[in-house]
Every structure is written in C-alpha cells, then in structure tokens.
Design a binder for this molecule. Sequence first.
Ligand code: ATP
Ligand code: MG
Length: 421
Amino acid sequence: MFTPPNPPPFLPAGRLAEGKRTDIISLCQRGSRPQPEGEGDKRYNFMNLVLHVDEIFLKGANQPFFYRTLTKNLQNVFPGTTAKRIEGAIWLENFKEADLNILKNFPGIANFAPAVQCSADMSAIGAAVDKLCHAQTAGSFRITATRSNKSFELSSTQLERTLGQQVVDKYGWKVNLGRPDLEIHVDIGRNGAAIYGNLIDGAGGLPTGSTGKVLCLLSGGIDSPVAAYEMMKRGARVELIHFMNQTRVSEQVGEKIFDLTKILARYQGKTKLFIVPYGELQRQVVMKVPAAYRMIINRRLFLRLAEKIAGREKCLALVTGDSLGQVASQTLENLAATQSAVPMLKLSPLIGRNKRDITNIARAIGTMDVSSRPYEDCCSMFVARHPATRAKLSAVEKIEQGLDLSALDKIAPISYYIGSN
Ligand code: ATP
Ligand code: MG
C-alpha cells in the first residue's frame, strides 16, 4: 500500500509565517458581521483583503469577464463578503479569518493580504501604516509604494522614503530592501489607498467557470479529487460522477463520496454529483470478461456512461485522475485502449504528476483524510493478479462484443447538488 511521505509544505503561506499572525489579527474586527442562525455565540474574526489575480493578467480585452467571474465566485463561496475590482486587484470585504485556508487554494488568486483602505492623503496613509506596524514584531522592513494615481503629491520613491523614515523613527526597525521581515505595501489609487503587509501565496490559475464545464470521474481514491481541483484551477466548472457498486453498497462509500464533494465545493461553490448504480453491468463484466481485461473494459464502460451524462450537462470533456504508469491500468497502451471507448475529449491533469505531489495537493485542499478512509470501490474487485499491461484495442473490442451493452441505456444515475457544508 502506498504510504505518503511527509510533505514539504504545499502552497507556502508567503512570508506571513506562523509567528507573524499578529498582522492578520490587528486588521481584524471581532464578530463585526451578524452571525448566521445556529452559530450560537461563536465569534469570528473578520477582515478586509486585497487579492491579486494570477493568469487573468495574461488576458487582454477579456479581463473584465474573468474579474467578474472571480468576484462572483468569491461572493458565492464566502457568503456575507463583498468583492469588487479595484485598480490592479480585488478588494474583498467582511472575510471570515477561519476561511483563510480555503482562500489560499482558491482558483485564480496569485496572492493576497489583509489590508486597510484610507483616503489618498499623506496623514491618513501615515496613520494606516502605523496601524499595520503596531502589532508587528518585525526587525526589518521595507515600504513598497505603487501609484496609479499619478496626480498624487509624492512620487513612489518619495513616498517610500517618507513612510520608511516614519517607521524607523517610531519602531527602530532596520530597512532591508532584499528580504525584509515585513514588506509594507502602499497602493495609491484614484479613489483612495490600500495598505497591507506581507503577501500570502495563493493557488494561482484561472477563476472557476471561466473556461467551461467538465465532468470528472470521481473514485473514492486520492487522485481523482485532486484532478477535479486541478481542473477548477484551470478555470473549469467541474461536475462529478461516481460509479457505485450497488450490490455491495455500504453507507461508508456513499458518505465518503459526499464528503469529498463537499470539500471540492469549497473551491467552486455548489457542485453537481451523479451517482451511477453500476451493479448490473459490473456483474456482466465479472462473468463474461477474462480477469486480465476486466479493469480496462470496466473503465471503457465508465467512459461511455459518463459521456452520455456529460452530453446532457453540456460538459465539454471527461476528466480522470490517471497518472502515467501509477497502476497497471495506466500504462500508455492501456490508457489508449481505455480512452478510445468514446470520442469525447478526455483530460487527465495528473498524467505527469508524481504520487508525492498529488498527495501534497490532497493534503493542502483537505481531501486527503477522506480519501484515506477505507472503503470498497467497485474497481477494487477488478484488480487482477496478472492484469494486461499492454492491451490491444482489437482484443478489447472482441471481448466487448460478448457483452450486452444495452444495459448502458437502462442505468439511471441519481443526481445531487452539494454545497460545502
Ligand atoms: P484514485 O485515487 O482517484 O482512485 P487511482 O490511482 O486509484 O485513482 P484508478 O483506481 O486506476 O486510479 O482509477 C483511475 C481513474 O478512474 C480515477 O482517477 C477516476 O477518475 C476513475 N475511477 C476509478 N474508479 C471510479 C469510480 N468508482 N467512479 C468514478 N470514477 C472512477
Ligand atoms: Mg482508485
């Protein structure tokens, strides 16, 4: 059995490391937002954030569409927040501190930081910088000023020098332009200024829903939830399909798939899940297909069923968690024999990734623990002692002729629409 090694931290939290959380706290307001019903007297910290977009920068005239998609996604996934585009960034208000880990992996964001806004005049900016520094324990710092408002009274360099001197005089910190403990950002726009500290790395990519819709084949394993997430980061809206062994249905399996869907919904909002009762076809495969070919034929049946649903759902591709060479069904020959079952575009975003990278991502996005729960996937009964590792399509097609594929049309999937909690 694969035992995941201890990972290096995935998506490092920028230079705002553990010890510097005062930066965040100082810019939070405790319980400033009305609590949802049922939350009792639990109190949260709320903050405002500056978010920088990732690949949206590469877009030309389409940028407004991508920004709109991202702000909509943020408001949808983090209810109670407001997100609006500001110069060169997104301003996100009323964000719950407890959701920061989700934000770190949110598709489309290059980096972000808790921030304060103030009017674009020197005394307000000086006060905001002081507020930021107040709760810090930094030994060194730098000021990084940008000025899209060119009519502002000082140039960026003058601004950096003036504010830098203010910080040296009050806190005695050393200026370090290379690797400061605290980088104080001062962005002067036309309608005000945003002040923030060290940036936290985001996951990057494109906002979910900006590139189209796909259907991901979700097993209960480690890989396919990560494949779904990787597609979200490429801007796809992802629907999920799971093939369930009806003759061996266990609550554990159902719960596991629902729990994985809930976690994936953190990154794109409510998510459609199809559960396919697959028992009938599975029995046929066991009875009529030689053991060495069962896995491949089974996967081809998955693809055929998935393609039907994808067509109805207007999904433009099928996604799997295949990774080249990881198991017998993932040799080049077997992948080719499997994928030729349907003409629809098939995407396997993990095809070139190592298991270690995949498990690191699974840990970062929160699916690893659920994926590691024991359960009996319908595929586990197809694992042969000596599987064909170089399946020939002609042999596969010949075996398939002995199957009654009309059963494919009789299967009625059950669909669910699942949010993150
Ligand atoms: P995973 O960790 O996602 O299960 P894996 O490395 O175990 O992947 P396989 O079991 O060979 O790989 O499955 C390859 C791919 O086939 C999965 O990533 C998934 O996309 C799809 N798949 C396998 N079993 C199922 C299932 N029961 N329902 C839906 N898709 C499945
Ligand atoms: Mg699997």
